[in-house]
Design a protein around this ligand. Structure first.
Ligand code: GDP
Ligand code: IMO
Ligand code: MG
Length: 439
């Protein structure tokens, strides 16, 4: 029998940007850098727990929900179905962009994205409080409870806003349970369905023109051979399945998350860029084998301005962990890495890279141990590299980097097993160095 059609060849223009650590690697700055060549820039998961900073011509833009490609007029920013959206935050962000001369009306918002509701935020705060010392250290934005409702099939979606009757019905149904929990478990005041419905429906006139079938948009672009950039928020080790559970976020930031969160198959993803800092940071609780609680840790926090974009919390700091990096390369099938904040290391005489872990019994691990009790207790095994002792913020090419910086980068490439074509030496868009392939 003849086949109706030949197997479809995918002429794959899809690129994913994914964090390889615990977030804040500088994904926003590289998404912005690459968006210039892209037709669409699609956020595929997370919500306003993210904070992506972009610095252009001395102006700093802090984005939470709007994809980092928004600064280019030729790029359409898309909020995919996998994102959870607080409409008030979204509208405020759009106003901020408009005030600063950026046309944000091009934004497309998936009708299938789930809405963060006030009870999600309240429950996030309450569960954290009840966890006490065991708290996750969430951003308290309601992310976990919103994804939990999505999985429990009682979530309310962006498209529900377009039918006030359905919105109202769903809200009343879900509030019956939420108010019970808020009042009886957490001793909080119940939320009023009328007030809530009125507030959310008041956003509709501004949201409606943005709501779209984003899966169709993405596929039309891919079919036309246009470049599509998929922007991940958070990072590999905050991934719900593959991160340091339970100290993770409630979505799948890994590259595979782009498939579910934007509605594409794995074959639509061609280039996977893992963003890594030249050292490591993490906000909130959880294991961190290479953490530095000393003067070097302070120096990294100070020079790197390691304070949360949203929450202002000081990020924990530590050396680069190549064990994690290798694992991230695997989990995401990274084709390459983009390394940020190399400039921050300038004053250090010596740099360390963690190449393995060891536990109390002397057992050595070259990969991330799957059991959390082991991971909590491992000690890093370091190799030491010489520092370069001078500022590099002005470097515009590989040859401008000191030999020690070049060999630090080449060693990371070796350890990670993939090339590093892009390095940044300062927060500004133009502080980006393109590296030649290693010989
Ligand atoms: P994201 O969440 O991964 O997008 O990262 P964030 O924006 O939360 O955090 C990265 C921070 O580092 C921001 O304040 C950026 O402006 C800044 N940054 C990015 N790249 C560099 C760099 O190469 N050098 C320095 N010094 N700062 C950078
Ligand atoms: P970007 O996209 C760093 C952390 C929180 C907490 C855990 C769970 O800017 O890299 P959540 O509010 O998501 O339920 O919190 O995840 N976290 C981040 N840490 N960068 C982020 O985003 C983060 N988003 C969440 O600190 O430990
Ligand atoms: Mg951030």
């Amino acid at each position: 029998m003849e086949h109706a059609a030949e197997p479809k060849e995918v002429d794959v223009p899809g690129t994913v940007i994914v964090g390889t650590q615990w977030g804040d690697e500088g994904k926003g700055r590289f998404t912005d850098y690459l968006a210039r060549e892209s037709d669409l820039c699609v956020r595929y998961q997370g919500g306003h727990n993210a904070g992506h900073t972009i610095v252009v011509d001395g102006e700093t833009f802090g984005l939470q929900l709007v994809p980092s490609g928004v600064l280019y007029e030729s790029t359409t920013p898309v909020i995919g179905n996998g994102v959870v959206v607080d409409p008030e935050v979204l509208l405020e962000e759009l106003d901020m962009l408009t005030d600063r001369g950026i046309d944000a009306s091009r934004l497309r918002l998936s009708g299938n994205a789930h809405l963060i509701m006030p009870y999600h935020q309240e429950l996030d705060r309450m569960t954290e409080r009840f966890l006490g010392k065991a708290k996750i250290g969430t951003t308290r934005r309601g992310i976990g409870p919103t994804y939990a409702d999505k999985a429990a099939r009682v979530g309310i979606r962006v498209q529900d806003l377009l039918d006030p009757k359905i919105f109202r019905e769903k809200l009343e149904l879900v509030l019956r349970e939420k108010n019970g929990v808020l009042a009886k478990v957490y001793n909080r005041l119940p939320l009023d369905a009328d007030e809530l419905a009125q507030r959310y429906l008041s956003y509709v006139p501004r949201l409606e023109p943005l709501i779209d079938d984003t899966v169709h948009l993405v596929h039309t672009a891919l079919d036309d051979g246009r470049e599509v950039l998929f922007e991940g928020a958070q990072a590999t080790f905050l991934d719900l399945d593959h991160g340091t559970y339970p100290f993770v976020t409630s979505s799948n930031p890994i590259a595979g998350g782009a498939c579910t969160g934007a509605g594409v198959g794995p074959r639509a993803l061609d280039r996977i860029i893992g963003v890594t800092k030249a050292y490591t940071t993490r906000v909130g609780s959880g294991p961190f084998p290479t953490e530095l609680n000393d003067a070097t840790g302070e120096l990294l926090a100070d020079r790197g301005h390691e304070f949360g974009t949203n929450t202002g919390r000081r990020r924990r700091t530590g050396w680069l962990d190549a064990v994690m990096l290798r694992h991230a390369v695997r989990l995401n099938t990274c084709t390459e890495l983009a390394l940020t904040k190399l400039d921050v290391l300038a004053p250090l005489e010596e740099l360390k890279i963690c190449v393995a872990y060891e536990d109390d019994t002397g057992t050595r691990y070259d990969h991330v141990p799957y059991h959390q009790s082991v991971l909590h207790k491992v000690r890093p095994v370091y190799e030491t590299h010489p520092g370069w002792g001078c500022e590099i913020g002005e470097a515009s090419g590989y040859d401008d980097l000191p030999a020690e910086a070049q060999s630090y980068l080449r060693r990371i490439e070796e350890l990670a097993g993939v090339p590093i074509p892009l390095v940044s030496v300062g927060p500004a868009r133009d502080q980006t160095v393109v590296l030649p392939r290693a010989a």
